[in-house]
Ligand binder design. Sequence first.
Ligand code: ADP
Ligand code: ADP
Ligand code: ZN
Length: 212
Amino acid sequence: MNLILLGAPGAGKGTQAELLIEKLGIPSISTGNMLREAIANGTETGLKAKSYMDNGLLVPDEVILGIVAERVAQPDCSRGFILDGVPRTLAQAEALEAKGVRIDHVVSIEIDDSVIEGRMTGRRVCTKCGASYHIVANPTKIEGKCDLCGSDVAIRKDDTPETVQKRLAVYHAQTEVLKDFYAARGLLRLVEGNQAIAKITDEILEKIGARV
Ligand code: ADP
Ligand code: ADP
Ligand code: ZN
């Protein structure tokens, strides 16, 4: 099962991806997490991506396509994968299609812009594994420590109100059009994002025909 999670920044893609990994037994590929790791490790990809990310802009398509193509070719993706935060432009979607990356369902987590700021100001992410938490809606069990790996959680550098507004504008200008692209292929599944985390997971599983 090859899935894409679409949605505005803060819609809950990363949160749902973590839960779906367990339910579906397939890995999640988060380009945001991969890029943050590349920056932390000072790699060439990280150097290319940093200024775009800090400014809330999209990293160039060729950088993204390189890291995704490499990742989906790894053996743990042979039974399926969840793409979290990619594709994000028409060019990325077309390139995946041209490379023969088969997609079964595209889940768009629908959320109103007005809800996003509260989500982002409360977001904390694991500095090691990238898991996403919220100080009110989804706190870590031990304060400041990731439930999954025990590392420190922190505020993301690009989660300031100004950068969040910019990222939302970028979403509407460059990413939202992917809903039409995948609807035309019969793959789009809409899920209401402004409800409890577990209910969203249930709704996704139902819409992709994987209710267990
Ligand atoms: P969010 O989950 O809040 O939407 P991500 O972690 O997915 O944020 O992305 C953070 C930043 O990483 C983006 O603002 C962008 O700069 C970069 N990025 C991540 N994925 C992509 C992509 N597929 N194409 C271009 N840029 C990306
Ligand atoms: P994305 O990957 O789409 O940018 P995240 O999964 O990181 O979004 O979620 C953004 C923030 O909102 C995080 O702090 C997360 O804990 C919180 N969050 C995610 N889903 C929900 C939900 N259904 N209700 C309330 N808060 C949520
Ligand atoms: Zn962690």
